[in-house]
Design a protein around this ligand. Structure first.
Ligand SMILES: Nc1ncnc2c1ncn2[C@@H]1O[C@H](COP(=O)(O)OP(=O)(O)OP(=O)(O)O)[C@@H](O)[C@H]1O
Ligand SMILES: Nc1nc2c(ncn2[C@@H]2O[C@H](COP(=O)(O)O)[C@@H](O)[C@H]2O)c(=O)[nH]1
Length: 190
C-alpha cells in the first residue's frame, strides 16, 4: 500500500458517501474535512462533518488562496483547504475525502496519488433517502435532477478508479467492506 494516497468518495446526493466514510476503520486513515457555506443539517457537527462558515469568510479564503479547489453546489460554496491536503501528501498516512466531480478532477490534476471511488445508487433509493431528510421540496428536486442528468451519467462514472453501487437492496455493510478493501489492498483487489 502506498501511503500518502487520497481516496475520494464521490457520487450523487444520498448515495451513502458520508455513511460509508463514517464506518471505515482502516488503520492510518485520516478524514479530510472540507469547508461549506451550506447550513448544517440537524445531526451535523462543526469540524466533524464540515467546517461550516459563511459566504463572506469563504470568499476571503478564496482570495487568500487557502483552497486547493472549490466549487458551487445548489447555490452554496464547498472547498478543500490546501493545508489539509498537503498534510497528507507529504505525510505517511492515507486519507479519505468526499467531493463532487469538480473536486475529483482538481485533485487528480494536482496530485499523483488520488483514487476516485464512485458511490452510486439508483434513483428510487436516492429519492427515498432524500425524502427522509428535512429539506425543502425545491432542494430535493434539484438534488434528484442533478443525480438523474449529471451524477449518474457516463462522464461522471468514467472518472472513477472503482465503482461501488450502494442502492437500497445492497446492505450498507457490504458497501463499506468493498470500499475498505479498495483502500487497504488497492483497486485491483476488487
Ligand atoms: N445501503 C443502504 N441501504 C439503505 N440506506 C442506506 C444505505 N446506504 C446509505 N443509506 C442511508 O442513506 C442516507 C444518505 O446517506 P449519506 O448521508 O451517507 O449520503 P451522502 O452520499 O453523503 O449524501 P450527500 O452527498 O447529500 O451528503 C442515510 O440515511 C444513510 O443511512
Ligand atoms: N469540490 C468539492 N465538493 C465538495 C466539497 N465538500 C463537499 N462536496 C460535495 O458537495 C456536494 C454537496 O454536499 P452536501 O453535503 O451538501 O450534500 C456533494 O457532492 C459533496 O460530495 C469540497 O470541498 N469540494
Amino acid at each position: 500500500m502506498v501511503l500518502g494516497t487520497i481516496f475520494v468518495l464521490y457520487g450523487p446526493s444520498a448515495s451513502g458517501k458520508t455513511e460509508i466514510q463514517r464506518h471505515l476503520t482502516t488503520d492510518h486513515l485520516f478524514r479530510i474535512i472540507t469547508v461549506t457555506t451550506r447550513p448544517p443539517r440537524e445531526h451535523e457537527i462543526h469540524s466533524i462533518h464540515y467546517i461550516f462558515t459563511d459566504k463572506k469568510q469563504f470568499k476571503q479564503g478564496v482570495a487568500d488562496n487557502q483552497f486547493v479547489e472549490w466549487t458551487q453546489y445548489n447555490g452554496e460554496f464547498y472547498g478543500t483547504l490546501k493545508s489539509s491536503v498537503e498534510e497528507i501528501i507529504t505525510g505517511d498516512q492515507n486519507a479519505v475525502i468526499i467531493l463532487d466531480i469538480a473536486g475529483v478532477r482538481a485533485l487528480k490534476s494536482l496530485y499523483n496519488n488520488v483514487t476516485a471511488i464512485f458511490i452510486g445508487a439508483d434513483l428510487e433509493s436516492l429519492q427515498r433517502r432524500l425524502e427522509n431528510r428535512n429539506m425543502s421540496r425545491k432542494e430535493l428536486t434539484e438534488r434528484l435532477n442533478k443525480a438523474k442528468f449529471e451524477e449518474l451519467s457516463e462522464p461522471y462514472l468514467n472518472l472513477a478508479d472503482a465503482i461501488v453501487w450502494n442502492s437500497d437492496e445492497t446492505p450498507l455493510e457490504q458497501s463499506i467492506h468493498r470500499v475498505q478493501t479498495i483502500i487497504s489492498h488497492g483497486v485491483s483487489a476488487e
